[in-house]
Design a protein. Structure first.
Length: 305
């Protein structure tokens, strides 16, 4: 999780990766489509209408194609860093940065985000902007990649780079931590935050096939401290060999783990449930447990029950 003023990701590089991926994204968008389905399924339990929805980091409109007309969503606006991806989207879409939303306060009834927020430098700030853009009692629902994502690839690249080049750089981007999600939502001013996760396991014929797929998704490394220039071919080949040695299954295919963290919360509203004030309870716990209540600090005599 990053703070304002810190540059963990090179946003220009993020845009460049997405532009490169735009032409053939349909051959590599399985993860975006899968998580979009799961996000839309979560809305099915919410008996609400959302006249105006924001798709935050919409890429080619994978989420919009599933969400429009379902789960109470009537109109949807998509934003993304990348014009090439937006040309694939349907409906109203504009180039904009998830870190600097160009909308007035209280504009949207629902904000959805499908695997985009793990690339922002200031996640707390982005969440604050999202909360401000929601109408009171509006819903925020986002999916972002978590810290267990690509753990196998991370381990293989680290070992290969140390072995071949004598040192290791940040070859796989850092991801969010599940434990921080609820605190970040509360810090951003959201109410009723809920954080949970899924693990999606995918297999590939080789580690090089996984790397090609990540490139096709536009999800290759964009860490600002990334070593410039091309990765050494010998390093990548050694990483691929190590990956297969360490993780390949009996069928020879290698696994790739994607941890997806879901953030769910509401913009504050007077009608929402609130915790009772301390001391306002009308029944005593001791009575419910049929036990004797003692003031704090009192000691039970030895041998007593």
């Amino acid at each position: 999780m990053t703070q304002a003023g810190m540059e963990v990701f090179d946003r220009r590089l993020v845009r460049r990766h997405r532009e490169r991926a735009a032409a053939r994204l349909e051959h590599h968008d399985f993860l975006f489509r899968e998580v979009a389905e799961r996000l839309v399924d979560r809305l099915a339990d919410t008996k609400r209408h959302f006249p105006l929805t924001l798709d935050l980091g919409c890429r080619g409109g994978e989420l919009a194609r599933l969400a429009l007309g379902r789960s109470g969503i009537e109109r949807l606006v998509g934003i993304d860093l990348t014009l090439g991806l937006l040309r694939r989207a349907e409906g109203l879409a504009l180039v904009a940065d998830e870190e600097a939303l160009p909308f007035a306060d209280a504009s949207f009834d629902l904000i959805l985000s499908n695997l985009a927020l793990h690339w922002v430098n200031d996640l707390p700030g982005a969440l604050i902007q999202a909360r401000r853009a929601l109408k009171p009692d509006g819903l925020f629902l986002a999916a972002l990649l978590g810290g267990e994502t690509l753990r196998e690839l991370r381990a293989a690249l680290l070992e290969a780079e140390v072995e071949v080049e004598g040192g290791a750089g940040p070859r796989v981007s850092p991801f969010a931590d599940l434990r921080d999600g609820g605190a970040l939502l509360q810090r951003a001013g959201f109410a009723l935050p809920v954080v949970d996760r899924d693990t999606i396991a995918v297999t590939y014929p080789s580690a090089l096939a996984l790397m090609r797929d990540l490139r096709g998704m536009g999800e290759t490394n964009a860490v600002a401290a990334l070593r410039r220039g091309f990765s050494r071919r010998t390093t990548l080949l050694r990483a691929a060999a190590l990956y297969e040695e360490r993780f390949a299954g009996p069928d020879g295919r290698i696994p790739a783990t994607f941890e997806v963290i879901y953030l769910t919360a509401w913009a504050p509203h007077a009608s929402q449930q609130k915790a009772l004030k301390p001391g306002s309870a009308t029944a005593r716990l001791a009575a419910a447990l049929d036990s004797e209540e003692r003031p704090a600090g009192d000691k039970v005599p030895r041998g007593a029950r």
